[in-house]
Structure formats: structure tokens, C-alpha cells
Design a protein around this ligand. Structure first.
Ligand code: TYC
Length: 110
């Protein structure tokens, strides 16, 4: 007997019961890197404070990330689902603007 006319497959018993495979179709949300960009004007101490405040980094970790961005031009502050990444980017931009620093922050698919 052929299974061709049973799109969901059958159980070979001849009862016509369709066997459903129970593979969950839930997908993990796409994740985004939040990227900090270097510039020549924003003070190093300000960047460290911002990383501690917005990304909950320890001071040594924040100093490490700031120095990475300072020397390499760009660096990852964290990886988050889209809405959280968008919020972090806006918090960084708003905080920098409040103190009139030209610090730039963007996000990119991880
Ligand atoms: N380059 C800045 C300076 O020398 C420091 C800095 C680091 C600025 C990281 C932005 O994302 C940045 N004061």
C-alpha cells in the first residue's frame, strides 16, 4: 500500500489515520549586535560610564570594551533580540546627546 495520497503520512495500519510529526516549529528570534563606534571627541571615562550604566558591565570589562573600540574603531557592546537592541542603541544615543558627545551606536544582525 502506498502513502502517496496521505500528505501527513499514515501509520501503515490501513486505518487512514494521519500521523502528525510533533517537531516544534518555534524559531529562536534573530539576534542583533549592538555596535559602538570610535570618535575623536567623546571622553574615554564617559564611554566607560555609559557601558557600565546601559550594558551593566563591570568597570574592568567596560574599560576593555572602550579600549577595543578606541584602537579598532568599532566594537560589540552586547547581543540582543531586535527590540532590546533598538532600545539600547537609542539609550546610548540619547545619553551621548544629553552631554553633547558625538558618540555613535548602531546594530547589525549577529
Ligand atoms: N577615541 C576617544 C578618545 O580618545 C575615546 C572613545 C572610545 C570614543 C570609544 C568613542 O566609542 C568610543 N577620547
Amino acid at each position: 500500500m502506498s502513502d502517496k495520497k496521505e500528505p501527513g503520512g499514515n501509520n501503515g495500519s490501513g486505518t487512514g489515520l494521519i500521523v502528525e510529526r510533533s517537531k516544534p516549529k518555534l524559531k529562536k528570534p534573530p539576534m542583533y549586535k549592538v555596535l559602538l563606534h570610535n570618535d575623536d571627541y567623546t571622553p574615554m571615562e564617559f564611554v566607560v560610564k555609559l557601558l557600565m550604566k546601559i550594558f551593566h558591565m563591570s568597570q574592568p570589562k567596560a574599560e576593555q570594551v572602550m579600549l577595543h573600540v578606541h584602537t579598532r574603531g568599532i566594537g560589540v557592546c552586547g547581543v540582543f533580540p531586535r527590540e532590546i537592541a533598538e532600545t539600547k542603541v537609542q539609550l546610548v544615543i540619547d545619553y551621548a546627546m544629553e552631554y553633547q558627545h558625538p558618540l555613535q551606536c548602531t546594530m547589525d544582525l549577529a
